[in-house]
Design a binder for this molecule. Structure first.
Ligand SMILES: Cc1cc2nc3c(=O)[nH]c(=O)nc-3n(C[C@H](O)[C@H](O)[C@H](O)COP(=O)(O)OP(=O)(O)OC[C@H]3O[C@@H](n4cnc5c(N)ncnc54)[C@H](O)[C@@H]3O)c2cc1C
Length: 508
């Protein structure tokens, strides 16, 4: 059935939006435009706790349509928000204005250099990209846990990352080229010298602004050092301003600023990534330490020359999944403070794999563990271990009280301070009435998640969350020099805290 719009829904729009709707309908099919209560309600949802209902939803099918819509919206002063898969957790994929959803086109994929490079449309799923690269034993760098559902546009615009990519294989580090549609509808193809020249000539003010910021930062050694230091760990709080110190060419700066810009600087119409090796040989071990400090000390002995991933799961996390089908029986028998590290080693061949397993055992030698360390390279067995980790966040969502929200926080500490910081975090959670909340995450990157399920219909729970988060933010930033968002993007959630984390100079 072809969707048509009820004239009453158009009539209800505020005047500027009604005019915008009529201008768009000149070149967008009516079946791609929605302003009825049900469609706009449905699209007013992402994976965050926020609900904003867009006034108009447009399914945009090609770059030409996108460019014209953005230009029109810009001249009418109407805000637009892009939507890929809508799995964002910080409220960056919802709006009460105009939502532009990718539909139809945007699925191009070109593999070049024998799999070393891949150009992708923004609506390709991350997992699809990896399926295309599989015959070359390559994969894209960014690896959010949501990779089966998240699209390339959202992955790049959030600088999403996961268990293995760390700070070296994320979109920021692996992007090589991009096609960008700007606020004025113009398109820059960074791989095309003619397009670069036309952009430089046509956007002199913008380019001068970018160069001025670059030079101002270079002249301010304290600011340059702050930026360099903060990006040693994962950080998605605010724009990726490391672009200004890592690159000189204004187009290279703009291209890298687009990563993590959450759709606020322009639209990524396609992106080229340098790919990374997908090792054929893998083995995993679930290592149990007597307590949180022990597990953190364990991970602090490791790095990516030994393991490709090391995921921490506290006792409360393990309890959240221990009743699920397929979970090992012994999970139920663990003591109260036991904390697990799920590690993975990868190699080109068995010898490399064995060498890394041995190295890991040497590095952890002397640290008490509940059971002897035992690796498995049997696919079904290590997949069962990783299912424990993958089930955590959904498990908490499933068992929460009806009417509550599920909020996943996403902080990072410098690895060398992980142990003291995590112990302090747990103390703070207990003090603020969140003692039953799970702590887990990408410990190898100092990146921890904790999941809260407050009932925001109760003012007391709003106040409790507020008090707790103010304390957490000051602990993360002031005590440990950490990041308030490591991989989930700033969004509405962390926007009020960007200046707190970065200070007035960087923020301005
Ligand atoms: C269960 C679960 C697990 C998750 N695990 C992880 C994880 O491990 N690591 C992690 O980093 N994140 C994780 N996330 C968060 C989220 O899935 C990722 O950030 C993902 O990359 C978002 O992709 P998306 O396609 O859903 O983008 P969306 O949510 O639709 O959009 C993301 C942002 O990008 C903008 N945008 C979208 N497309 C474009 C474009 N073409 N050009 C410019 N801007 C654009 C949007 O406006 C928005 O600001 C998880 C989410 C869930 C629900």
């Amino acid at each position: 059935m072809i969707h048509t719009t009820n004239p009453a829904d158009i009539a209800r729009l505020p005047e500027a939006y009604r005019a915008f709707y009529h201008e768009c309908i000149e070149f967008i099919a009516e079946s791609q435009m929605f302003c009825d209560p049900i469609s706009t309600l449905a699209y007013g949802t992402d994976a965050s706790v926020y609900r904003l209902i867009p006034k108009i939803v447009i399914k945009v099918s090609c770059a030409d349509e996108m460019s014209r819509i953005i230009r029109l919206a810009g001249s009418a002063g109407i805000a637009v928000t892009f939507r890929a898969a809508g799995t964002s957790l910080s409220g960056q994929a919802v709006t009460d204005s105009v939502l532009l959803v990718m539909s139809g086109g945007w699925g191009n994929c070109v593999i070049s250099d024998n799999g070393d490079s891949i150009t992708l449309g923004p609506a390709i799923l991350g997992a699809e990209a990896n399926a295309y690269l599989k015959p070359y034993d390559r994969k894209i760098g960014p690896d959010p846990a949501s990779i089966n559902h998240a699209m390339i546009g959202g992955i790049a615009a959030n600088n999403a990352s996961g268990m293995c990519c760390g700070t070296t294989d994320n979109s920021y580090k692996t992007v090589t080229d991009m096609k960008i549609i700007f606020h004025d509808g113009s398109l820059l193809d960074t791989s095309d010298p003619a397009s670069r020249a036309a952009f430089l000539a046509g956007h002199r003010d913008l380019v001068a602004t970018v160069e001025n910021i670059r030079d101002e930062i270079a002249a301010d050694s304290a600011l340059s050092e702050l930026i360099a230091r903060k990006y040693k760990i994962k950080n998605t709080t605010g724009y990726g301003i490391n672009s200004f110190i890592d690159h000189r060419d204004p187009i290279d700066i703009i291209k890298h600023l687009m990563i993590g810009s959450e759709g606020t600087l322009g639209f990524i119409a396609d992106i080229t990534f340098r790919t990374i090796v997908e090792h054929a040989h893998k083995a995993s071990a679930l290592i149990f330490f007597p307590d949180m400090a022990g597990a953190c000390h364990g991970v602090m002995q490791l790095d990516r020359t030994v393991v490709s991933a090391a995921e921490l799961m506290d006792r409360i996390s393990l309890r959240a999944v221990e009743e699920k089908p397929g979970m090992p029986e012994y999970l139920k028998t663990l003591d109260e403070d036991v904390t697990a590290l799920l590690v993975e080693v990868r190699g080109e061949n068995h010898a490399e794999l064995d060498g890394k397993v041995e190295l890991l055992k040497q590095r952890l030698d002397g640290l008490p563990t509940v059971f002897p360390i035992s690796f498995t390279d049997v696919k079904a067995e290590y997949e069962a271990l990783w299912n424990i980790r993958k089930g955590l966040f959904p498990a908490v969502g499933n068992v929460r009280r009806i009417g509550t929200s599920v909020i996943i926080e996403d902080i990072a500490f410098p690895l060398e301070r992980l142990s003291e910081a995590t112990v302090e975090l747990r103390r703070m959670m207990i003090k603020n009435g969140y003692g039953d909340a799970i702590i887990f995450g990408h410990a190898l990157d100092g990146n921890l998640h904790f999941v809260l399920t407050p009932d925001f219909t109760k003012q007391a729970e709003v106040d409790q969350y507020d008090r707790f988060m103010q304390e957490v933010c000051s602990m993360v930033v002031e005590t440990y020099g950490g990041a308030l968002k490591a991989e989930h993007g700033t969004g509405r959630n962390m926007a009020p805290f960007v200046e707190m984390e970065w200070g007035a100079t960087a923020y301005s």
